[in-house]
Design a protein around this ligand. Structure first.
Ligand code: GLP
Length: 244
């Protein structure tokens, strides 16, 4: 695992955006593994800028997203489909039919089946990741066990609390989500995790300060990946006691 420490968070996102852009420049047919949340949101503008400058073409690219809330329609302004359209897809020339965000509505059994089948047929070139305050990646929450494949996850109270900032109140935050499993994430050819902010310090410390894997911090599993980059700003690095 490689750790990159930047002066500012914007710089961290610029590096992540540049790495994702490069994957598509090198292979225009690449499948991107994409993420939502405020960290990912800060990465997309750098990719969009490269597209606007004519440096990258998404016309043959595909994408698959990490997760989606159960119970939200694609039109709901807090659904991850809506997030992806407004923060990325609508600004580049990727074909919407080549993008996949799992459905948040319908039979849980069917939507898990559909997600698993899409993943079985995808070879994700690069997976962008954020990290939850509890160490979740995608929506793989800490617990006694982790799942390898796509599945429905009951959200941790700390996740509901953290994500309540996007909703009118905590009660409106969905209680469940569909997410790629840890195995799906680990199968991507490259992983890029970006993080900032004091609330993430404990989770990031366990990720970058030792070689241990904790089931109650799912992010720690990514240190086993052969091409994994964690990009954090100086402030967070100092908080966790990391020295480059
Ligand atoms: C949500 C997503 C995660 C993401 C996390 C981090 O919970 N499901 O995949 O890592 O948000 O969010 P933020 O970047 O807003 O802190």
């Amino acid at each position: 695992m490689r750790v990159i420490v930047t002066n500012t968070y914007a710089e961290a996102c610029e590096i992540a955006g540049g790495m994702i852009t490069k994957v598509v420049q090198d292979d225009p047919k690449a499948t991107l593994g994409l993420a939502t949340g405020s960290s990912a949101q800060a990465v997309y503008p750098y990719i969009i800028r490269a597209y606007e400058k004519g440096e990258v073409d998404f016309s043959q690219a595909h994408s698959v997203n990490l997760d989606e809330y159960i119970g939200l329609t694609p039109e709901h302004d807090q659904s991850y489909r809506y997030f992806m359209n407004t923060n990325f897809f609508d600004h580049v020339n990727i074909k919407k039919e080549n993008t996949f965000v799992a459905s948040g509505i319908g039979s849980e059994e069917e939507i898990v089946k559909e997600f698993r089948s899409v993943l079985a047929n995808s070879n994700v070139a690069v997976q962008l990741l954020g990290i939850g305050v509890d160490g979740h990646v995608g929506f793989n929450e800490p617990g006694k066990k982790l799942h390898s494949e796509a599945h429905i996850e009951v959200l941790d109270p700390s996740t509901i609390k953290a994500n309540a900032r996007f909703f009118a109140n905590e009660d409106e935050v969905p209680k469940k989500a569909i997410t790629m499993g840890m195995g799906d994430i680990m199968r991507a050819n490259k992983l890029i995790l970006v993080a900032t902010g004091a609330p993430k310090a404990d989770a990031i410390r366990e990720l970058i300060m030792n070689d241990e894997i904790f089931v109650n911090n799912p992010s720690t599993m990514i240190k086993m990946h052969k091409d994994c980059v964690v990009i954090i700003d100086k402030e967070l690095a100092e908080l966790v006691g990391y020295q480059a």
